[in-house]
Design a protein around this ligand. Structure first.
Ligand SMILES: [Fe+2]
Ligand SMILES: [Fe+2]
Length: 325
């Protein structure tokens, strides 16, 4: 018998999800009154209790792949519980701490890439032309270095979801009201964009001046978007919708360069293969395809959010597209 002590309802959901997905060969029992969850039958997901007692100091798993922890000595455990050991369906060890098997998915690459929200109102046109005008300096700076361009733009793309999610979170607290799932949906978007960055930084390394540019741009963009979202969430979401339309275009250009042979179609980074459940022999081209599909989903989510505001409603009144990939 195995036992997970922490996590409460989140752990229950996780374990149930795993069982549903066949990732956990376990029988999940009801939680006891302390929020503990009892799992039977040899799952690798929950650490064995006897193991936990033995290992007051333990390694944190494959450190290099898990976020740059180079200390092979491991970290002293606070409560003596060994970190959960998770395996892939093929039995090999799951090596990412930054995301888990139940957070992975197969991207829906059949999504309509040409869908465009035609700007009609003054605010929409302002959002549209703001994005279009940002395109020119970006084109000049990056030229045809699409790998580098993707990596740099993802550092910006991961900001709006986090800012929007944070503001909705605070609003929910202030007003004692539910969010309709929009906090989670926007934070999911931010996380997904950050995973794009984690992927592209495996194939393009930022130079020192690019790092400096990212810091500067983040300082400006975070604050500008924060204020913009406070003043007009419908403008903020519309602008992100148009940014995503541009992202789709950029990734299409990236694919063209790959197909022409101007960019080497290197093997897909391991993190991408696991995150998007890609076949082991996937290439950079496959990765760009799924990332582009993600951007199309973000486009839809943000135009939808803006439309809700345009109708004089609040986001919480419409069910959020959680898990929309
Ligand atoms: Fe992205
Ligand atoms: Fe995006």
């Amino acid at each position: 018998m195995m036992m997970m002590r922490h996590g409460g309802s989140a752990a229950i959901n996780t374990a149930t999800l795993l069982a549903k997905k066949g990732l956990l060969g376990a029988e999940v029992a009801a939680p006891n009154k302390w929020g503990s969850l009892v799992i039977r039958n040899g799952s690798t997901f929950a650490a064995n209790l006897s193991d936990q007692k033995e290992k007051t100091t333990s390694s944190q798993g494959s450190a290099g792949a898990n976020g740059g922890n180079k200390d092979e000595k491991g970290i002293m455990s606070y409560w003596g519980i060994h970190p959960s050991k998770i395996t892939k369906q093929d039995g090999t060890e799951w090596k990412w701490n930054c995301f888990r098997p139940w957070e992975t998915y197969k991207a829906d690459v059949t999504i309509d890439l040409n869908k465009h929200h035609a700007p009609t109102t003054f605010l929409d046109k302002m959002a549209y032309w703001t994005v279009k005008s940002l395109r020119y300096p970006t084109d000049i700076f990056f030229q045809r270095r699409y790998g580098c361009r993707a990596m740099m733009l993802e550092t910006v793309a991961a900001v709006p979801g986090m800012v929007g999610g944070m503001l909705l979170h605070c609003k929910s607290l202030r007003r004692f009201e539910q969010s309709g799932g929009w906090i989670k949906a926007l934070l999911e978007e931010a996380e997904n964009e950050r995973m794009h960055l984690m992927t592209f930084m495996e194939v393009a390394k930022p130079k020192w001046y690019e790092r400096a540019l990212v810091i500067t741009v983040q300082g400006v963009f975070f604050n500008a978007y924060f204020l913009g979202y406070l003043v007009s969430p419908k403008f903020a979401h519309r602008m992100v919708g148009y940014l995503e339309e541009e992202a789709i275009h950029s990734y299409t250009e990236f694919l063209k360069e790959l197909d022409k042979g101007n960019i080497e179609n290197v093997p897909a980074p391991a993190i991408a293969i696991d995150y998007w459940q890609l076949p082991p022999n996937s290439t950079l081209r496959d990765v760009v395809m799924v990332v582009r599909a993600d951007e199309a989903h973000h486009r839809d989510v943000n135009h939808f959010a803006s439309d809700i505001h345009y109708q004089g409603r609040e986001l919480r009144e419409a069910a959020a597209p959680i898990g929309y990939h």
